[in-house]
Design a binder for this molecule. Sequence first.
Ligand SMILES: Nc1nc2c(ncn2[C@@H]2O[C@H](COP(=O)(O)OP(=O)(O)OP(=O)(O)O)[C@@H](O)[C@H]2O)c(=O)[nH]1
Length: 442
Amino acid sequence: MLDNLSSSLKDALKKLAGKTVVDRAAVDDLVKDLQRALISSDVNVKLVMELSKAIRTRSLEEEPPKGMNVREHVLRIVYQELVRLVWASTEVKLEPQTILMAGLQGSGKTTTTAKLARYFQKKGMKVGVICADTFRPGAFDQISTLCTKINVPCFGNPQEKDALKITREGLAALKEQELIIVDTQGRHALEAELIKEIIDLNVLTKATHRWLVIDAALGQQASEQAKRFHEAIGIDGVIITKMDGTAKGGGAMSAVAETKSGIAFIGSGETIEDLERFDPDGFISRLLGMGDLKALVERANEAINPEDVDVNAMMKGKFTLRDMYKQLEALNKMGPLKQIMGMLPLGNMQLPEGVYDVTSTKMVRYRIIMDSMTAAELDEPSLINSSRMQRIAHGAGATPDEVRELIKYYKMMQRTLKGLRGGQGGGKFNMQRLMKRFSGMQ
Ligand SMILES: Nc1nc2c(ncn2[C@@H]2O[C@H](COP(=O)(O)OP(=O)(O)OP(=O)(O)O)[C@@H](O)[C@H]2O)c(=O)[nH]1
């Protein structure tokens, strides 16, 4: 699958290895390689352009998370953007529902219907299947044989040509079942009649989900199919079949983007058990031919733990030296302070230059000095008069000037926060959102 993608991406990433800053030329090269690989893997051109724009902008504008080199930074962005593309909220709930299956003939729709029945049955649900495929001779036999094997009731009538009639009767016959899956007719192409029928079936069944079954081997036509079905009934999930084969899968990715849905399941073989819930991490890692991507992303997230920052304390006015240290520590993990402050809605408010001046070496010094303070001093820094300052400096092996500097910094931060609280900057300050944005995981 997407073989080209994996090898050309690796080559492109090699160009970034050893670099200390993300340079435009290297990112452009990478994006070009990526575009070529995606397009030759049948991913829709428009989609490729959107994807590459996002990767280019983020790679150049976002600061690499602490401890992550340039190559990892860019790779993480490529990964996140690809995951974002295929992984929308295709939640699969174990509650009463009706699922309408859409897809062209040969996509694997009938087989997948049975696989889904099995999947939900194994989860403890009472499942029933309706065969509304009145077009393909043998469709009913095929699905009812599969259903018999797993002991799932299957309603259909090979003599009846009216799919709506069958479905209406089926819904009544299977009313004891909690979950009903309706297999619809496929045909070879998107005919107006097929579309009309599925619209009517959607209305009749009041389907909870409308899942589109797409063969992993399908190329550029996947986009078109997805678009038509989506316009007709609003596809809210895609199932890619035959992922066990050698297919590229790029077409299916385009289908997902077209329906703005996500991949719900993956078919990975011919037996009824061969259906897997889609795992975006595994999928993209396989797609790119690199195994450690999830770990990479997790590493970045670990560095940024919103819990570390007590937004409430910060905004409510209680801001002690301890709080300051915690904030600094958390912010420092996120990248240069200046950049973070630049993202705050400060409006025209000028921040003192010194706010940005806390390096990690200084933080270590601050920590040592703070360790020499009493609990009362940490909570109430205004207690620190000059004799206390002498004592603290002595205990920390620092000069009184260093202690003074720390207190000065604390006061400056406190004033800055008061300014923020006063709303001088306008707009809402949301640290969590800011952090999320910074970690690129919106
Ligand atoms: N290897 C493999 N084969 C699959 C998978 N899913 C379906 N198939 C095979 O694909 C072929 C077509 O599947 P069907 O379910 O009959 O096709 P369909 O889309 O329902 O066709 P219509 O009922 O005419 O719409 C069958 O031979 C299936 O066994 C899969 O995940 N892996």
